[in-house]
Each structure stands twice: as structure tokens, then as C-alpha cells.
Design a protein around this ligand. Structure first.
Ligand code: SF4
Length: 349
């Protein structure tokens, strides 16, 4: 199977920027960015990040605000914070050299089995597997495996199986072949493209015509839905009120428009504003928006408040649209409301 996959990869590999380098820093960065994010989305971020922070030392010393700006829109911000923590570990524990083995890489913050295997095999040629969701799906179909693909035990046995088969001369290519096969042929939704698959002759699910039955997944728990009212508050100088989220938890340390729990009617909003001593000259209802996180979704309504006087409290700032773009990283969850103030700025010019 390995031979078939590697031969296929050598002639069909996707041409991706991080495949044109052996720089472990660039490969590591790409693997972190690719977690939960599509390749096409990652490419411009990858170039921008490397241009701003071209090596581990630069990453270790970067300001948090710059990190958040470079990551803005990619989501899952803990990834970039862990990336920097790991860069600091590399500087202090390994003299600025990224460790070369899977076991050592696992000691770094934010690096799990998959990333350690990918970096060790691709950048340093260590014969270890890199098992992500794509690889699990391919193996599960090929073996018609009955276990729940999300269970740690199934992941461990898949890793062990691949570990025993890793070729010493081209482990990085085999890992990338499996990743590419899962991403482009053995697709997750709909029917896989088995007619183009290099290992179709070795695939049990295909032999039995049961591709749709694998991988086996237990039903997911329903996502929790949280209602919020987003307040886009502008003072008479055209600045907007932002507040910084706590430094732990969801979207830690990112900036946001003030948000209130629940969907407030205009009358409820007016009552709340009076209590907070906010006196808007004009209130405009904004459109509803929804943002889906992994285990949670925000259902948002919004109001635009034009206020002659706005006094920021602790953790709040007043910022122009230009400053919001350049200095204050916000989650894409609030894109709909950011879009509103962008549009408003354009209408005023
Ligand atoms: S034959 Fe089809 S189901 Fe089996 S591994 Fe290939 S693409 Fe996936």
C-alpha cells in the first residue's frame, strides 16, 4: 500500500507553499494554521505571517497585538498563543533550534501527536505517522473499521498500525500522500472518488460497496446556542467603543463591541442604557447574525447607538475604523457588525 500511495503522491501531490521548503519553522507554522482551517484560506495568512515573523526568534519576541492581527480571521486564537509559547520554549530549552524528533516536539506547547508526527516526518525524515481526521477516514474505510473514529482508542490503534508500516526512506511523503488522499479523493461528505484512488484495490469498504458506512461516528451532542445583543456605540468624533475579552477562555484577549446576554427589545435596551448612564441620540436596529464555534453558537441581534458622549470603562477603548483595522484584532464572529461600520465610514466619505 505504501508504495502505491507514495508513487501516486509523487505525480499528483498538491503544490502548496509549505511543500517547497524544508524549513521546520515554516512547516510547523503551516500545520498549526491548517488545523480546522481550509488550505485556500491558510495560504495568504501563511505568507503574511512568515514575512512579519520569519523565524522562531522573531515569533518568540512578537507583541501579542501583532500575533492577533496576523491571525485575525483564522479563528481558534489559542493556536497562535500556543505557537508563541512553544517558540519561547525553543529559545530557552533548545537554543533556538527546533527539536528534530517527534518525542521532543511533543514537549512543546500546542503540539500534539499529529503535528509532532507531521513536522518530524516532513522536515526531519523521522519514520513516524501523522494521523489527522483525513488520515483516520482513509484508514477506517480501507479496513472497514467498526470503532468510533472519534474515540482515542481508535486513533491510537490507527497510529500504531501506520507506525509499523512507515517507510524509513520517505515517511514525510507517505504522510502527505495520506493527507492528500483524504482531502481530495477519499472525501468526507458525499461519495468518495474511488475510481481515482490509488489504493482502491486494497479497500474493504469499496469491495463491499459500503463507503458511506465508514468512518463510524457516534451522534454528536447538540451545540449550545447563546443569544447576545451587540452594541455598536459611536461617539460624536466617529470613534467606536471596543472592549477586550478576558485573557482566558473563548476568544481570549480579543476585542469586541460591547455585548449583552439575551436578545433585548428596544424598550429593554433603553432601560439598560439608562442604568449605565449611556444616552444615545439615535438608535438603529442592525441585522441579525450567527456565528458557529465548535461546541457553541452565538445568535446575535444588534443596535447602532450614536452617542454624543462615551466614557470608556476599564478594559474599553474608543477607536476609529482605521485603528480597528490596524491595532485591535477582533473575532470573525463579529464580522457582520464590523462590516456595518466599514460601510458607514464609506458612506460618510
Ligand atoms: S477506495 Fe474509496 S473509500 Fe477506499 S480508500 Fe479509496 S477513496 Fe477511500
Amino acid at each position: 500500500m505504501n508504495q502505491l500511495l507514495v508513487s501516486w503522491y509523487r505525480q499528483a501531490a498538491r503544490d502548496l507553499p509549505w511543500r517547497r521548503t524544508r524549513d521546520p519553522y515554516a512547516i510547523w507554522l503551516s500545520e498549526i494554521m491548517l488545523q480546522q482551517t481550509r488550505v485556500e484560506t491558510v495560504i495568504p495568512y501563511y505568507y503574511r505571517f512568515l514575512e512579519a515573523l520569519p523565524n522562531v526568534a522573531a515569533l518568540a519576541e512578537a507583541e501579542e497585538a501583532l500575533l492577533h492581527k496576523l491571525w485575525e480571521g483564522l479563528g481558534y486564537y489559542s493556536r497562535v498563543r500556543n505557537l508563541q509559547k512553544a517558540a519561547k520554549q525553543v529559545m530557552t530549552l533548545y537554543g533556538g533550534q527546533i527539536p528534530t524528533t517527534c518525542d521532543q516536539l511533543l514537549n512543546l506547547c500546542g503540539i500534539g501527536d499529529y503535528t509532532a508526527g507531521a513536522v518530524a516526518s516532513i522536515a526531519f525524515g523521522e519514520a513516524v505517522p501523522a494521523v489527522d481526521g483525513n488520515v483516520l477516514r482513509v484508514v477506517s474505510r480501507q479496513l472497514a473499521a467498526e470503532g468510533d473514529i472519534l474515540s482515542p482508542a481508535v486513533r491510537r490503534s490507527c497510529r500504531q498500525l501506520l507506525l509499523e508500516q512507515m517507510p524509513a526512506d520517505c515517511p514525510g511523503e507517505l504522510n502527505q500522500a495520506l493527507m492528500d488522499l483524504g482531502a481530495t479523493i477519499c472525501l468526507p461528505n458525499g461519495f468518495p472518488k474511488c475510481e481515482s484512488c490509488p489504493i482502491s484495490g486494497l479497500c474493504l469498504a469499496r469491495e463491499r460497496g459500503q463507503q458511506q458506512l465508514f468512518p463510524v461516528k457516534s451522534p454528536k451532542k447538540a451545540r449550545e446556542s447563546k443569544p447576545y445583543t451587540v452594541l455598536v456605540i459611536q461617539d460624536e468624533q466617529g470613534r467606536f467603543l471596543l472592549r477586550q475579552r478576558p485573557d482566558t477562555g473563548l476568544l481570549a484577549s480579543l476585542w469586541e463591541f460591547p455585548m449583552l446576554e439575551g436578545h433585548l427589545t428596544r424598550a429593554e435596551l433603553t432601560g439598560t442604557l439608562t442604568k449605565q448612564d449611556i444616552q444615545p441620540a439615535r438608535i438603529q436596529t442592525l441585522r441579525k447574525a450567527r456565528h458557529i464555534f465548535t461546541h457553541l453558537e452565538w445568535e446575535m441581534t444588534g443596535y447602532f447607538l450614536s452617542c454624543p458622549q462615551v466614557k470608556p470603562r476599564d478594559g474599553e477603548v474608543l477607536a476609529t475604523w482605521e485603528q480597528i483595522q490596524q491595532q485591535y484584532a477582533m473575532s470573525s464572529a463579529l464580522d457582520s457588525y464590523r462590516q456595518f461600520i466599514k460601510q458607514q465610514g464609506e458612506d460618510e466619505t
